[in-house]
Design a protein around this ligand. Structure first.
Ligand code: ZN
Length: 338
């Protein structure tokens, strides 16, 4: 339920900003909740692209669907820079906008901190979460997010849900130490949080690949690793029971990502994340193959250039091998030695 996002993500993020002097208000909680619903239904952590696109993910990342430019604006803005840099260093281990952008896809609290800072430069007071403020809140959201297209028809329901969620759940004066936390970084260096949840064998190969890419001047960022059931379900629903185009035929757990034996990457260069004009992805693919990875560019049907997987676990790239041997990802993971 998206209300959990208020308690487990928005409130901890605001509590962290409160240490830097940003007052926690119901107005901020309500606006973040409504903007998150508007951007991702507080569910999708990346912008899904149509099946005809060469890439699966668009530029919007995290529950507030921020683009690299949004992240950069927060990082360089006079009124937001100091707080943004503190969070960026703490969660992404870097103030590089690409590193932050890639990390907030996996880290909801970092995403919420940056979303709060997106609202910061607006000189108007944040609207209180009341029904009467629906239109004012919409204008505020549009000024800060610059959504395209804006989809105002969804706002009434989203603002109403925010008013209800904030009204029914008082802000904690201090963050509860026992509150479960969603998607918190377990490592602070660039790209490593994602790797840490992979099977140790593919993790080792990914680390060697990153080293080789550094040596060869190919800047990459790991953008996706393990996919949870909720994430795969949301992805599978797209174009079926949820809006958008079909982006996958893999129902949980029929994707290598669900088993922690696959990862995706992009080029760590602003504006060229998925540019293969110079065969960047082929070069990285070749390096990956040299360390024993299977590259998605070698798939026979749908070429998935930003994807690697470890076929030692899957005969003919088939997840059936994993399913017939282990049954579920949980049972597979229980046997991993770190
Ligand atoms: Zn992939």
């Amino acid at each position: 339920m998206s209300k959990e996002i208020l308690i487990n993500v928005i409130d901890p993020a605001l509590a962290e900003l409160a240490e830097g002097g940003v007052r926690v208000t119901d107005a901020a909680r309500g606006m973040l909740y409504a903007a998150g619903l508007q951007e991702s239904n507080l569910t999708a952590r990346f912008q899904a692209m149509p099946a005809s696109s060469a890439v699966r993910k668009g530029e919007g990342r995290g529950l507030w669907q921020m683009r690299v430019d949004d992240v950069n604006r927060v990082l360089v803005g006079g009124s937001t820079r100091a707080r943004a840099e503190t969070a960026a260093n703490g969660y992404a281990g870097s103030v590089n906008p690409h590193a932050v952008w890639a990390t907030l896809e996996y880290d909801d609290i970092l995403a919420a901190i940056f979303a709060r800072l997106m609202l910061w430069p607006d000189p108007a007071a944040l609207p209180e979460p009341t029904g009467a403020n629906e239109r004012g809140a919409w204008d505020y959201y549009v000024r800060c997010w610059r959504p395209a297209p804006p989809r105002q028809q969804d706002w009434t329901a989203n603002w109403r849900a925010a008013v209800e969620a904030v009204g029914g759940q008082a802000a904690p004066s201090t963050p509860s130490p026992t509150a479960p936390v969603v998607n918190v970084a377990v490592s602070t260096s660039n790209g490593r949080r994602g790797l840490s949840v992979l099977h140790p064998q593919i993790r080792g190969k990914a680390e060697r690949l990153m080293e080789l890419c550094r040596e060869n001047g190919l800047p990459i960022l790991i953008t996706e690793t393990l996919r949870t059931k909720a994430e795969q379900d949301a992805l599978f629903a797209q174009g079926r029971t949820a809006p958008g185009n079909i982006v996958t035929n893999a129902e949980y757990p029929r994707s290598a990502h669900c088993w922690g034996v696959a990862f995706d990457f992009c080029r760590n260069v602003r504006g060229r994340e998925f540019d293969n004009g110079d065969r960047f992805f082929d070069s990285v693919g070749a390096l990956g193959k040299s360390v024993g990875l299977f590259w998605g560019g070698d798939f026979k049907s749908f070429k998935d250039l930003p994807h690697f997987e470890d076929t030692e676990f899957m005969v003919n790239n088939s997840v059936n091998t994993l399913i017939s041997r282990w049954g579920t990802p949980e049972k597979f993971m229980a046997g991993w030695t770190v």
